[in-house]
Design a protein around this ligand. Structure first.
Ligand SMILES: CC(C)(COP(=O)(O)OP(=O)(O)OC[C@H]1O[C@@H](n2cnc3c(N)ncnc32)[C@H](O)[C@@H]1OP(=O)(O)O)[C@@H](O)C(=O)NCCC(=O)NCCS
Length: 158
C-alpha cells in the first residue's frame, strides 16, 4: 500500500510494505518486504532499508545509510550524514556536493532506535542494540547493548 500523498521517486519497494501519508522516498532507495514507512518519513536517495522494519513518523534517514532487517526507528529520529555540516565554504561560497564527504549510519538487524534520537554520521548501531529516546549517539554501539543520553553512553542493565 502506498498512500496517494506519498512522494515516491524511482526506487524499489518490495511487497507487503506500507508507505503512509506524505512520506518521501528518493530515487535509488530500496525498501524490503513487510516494512512500515510511517507518515512524513524521509528516505534519502540510495538508502537501503531491510525487510520487516518500522520507520516511525517524520524520521529522516540520510544517504548513504544502510538499515538491516527488523530495525525499529522511532518517530522524529534522524540518521545524519555530515559530521561537520555548514552552509558555506570558508570563502563564503555556497557549499556544494563536492565540498563535503557523506558518512552514512549503519543499523544492524533487530536494532531499535528511540524517538527523537540523533545518530551522528558514520556511526554503526549493532544488532539488537537499543538506543534510548532523545539520545545523541556519537560512537559505534556494539551488538545487544543499550545506550542512552547525550552524548549517549552504555546503560548497564541489571
Ligand atoms: C559536535 C560535532 C561537530 C563534534 O564533532 P567532532 O569535533 O569530530 O567531535 P568528536 O566526535 O571527536 O567528539 C568529541 C566529544 O564530544 C562528544 N560529542 C560529539 N558530538 C556531540 C553532540 N552532538 N552532543 C553531545 N556530545 C557530543 C563526543 O561523544 C566526544 O566525547 P566522548 O569521547 O567523551 O564521548 C559533531 O559530533 C556533531 O554533532 N555534528 C553535527 C551532525 C549533524 O547534525 N549533521 C546534520 C547534517 S546531516
Amino acid at each position: 500500500m502506498i498512500h496517494e500523498t506519498a512522494e515516491i521517486e524511482d526506487c524499489t519497494i518490495e511487497q507487503g510494505t506500507n508507505v503512509w501519508q506524505y512520506a518521501h522516498i528518493r530515487k535509488g532507495a530500496s525498501i524490503g518486504r513487510d516494512t512500515v514507512i510511517a507518515r512524513g518519513v524521509f528516505v534519502d536517495h540510495d538508502v537501503s532499508i531491510g525487510a520487516r522494519c518500522k520507520i516511525g513518523n517524520y524520521a529522516c534517514v540520510y544517504w548513504p545509510a544502510v538499515i538491516g532487517e527488523g530495525v525499529f526507528i522511532g518517530p522524529h529520529a534522524v540518521l545524519t550524514n555530515d559530521k561537520h555540516p555548514s552552509a558555506i565554504n570558508e570563502d563564503g561560497t555556497v557549499k556544494g556536493i563536492s565540498d563535503w564527504s557523506p558518512a552514512g549510519v549503519t543499523v544492524k538487524h533487530g536494532a531499535s532506535i528511540g524517538a527523537c534520537a540523533v545518530i551522528v554520521a558514520g556511526v554503526t548501531i549493532g544488532a539488537f542494540a537499543k538506543i534510548g529516546a532523545g539520545a545523541v549517539v556519537t560512537h559505534d554501539v556494539p551488538d545487544g547493548e543499550t545506550w542512552v543520553g547525550c552524548p549517549a553512553r552504555k546503560l548497564d542493565c541489571p
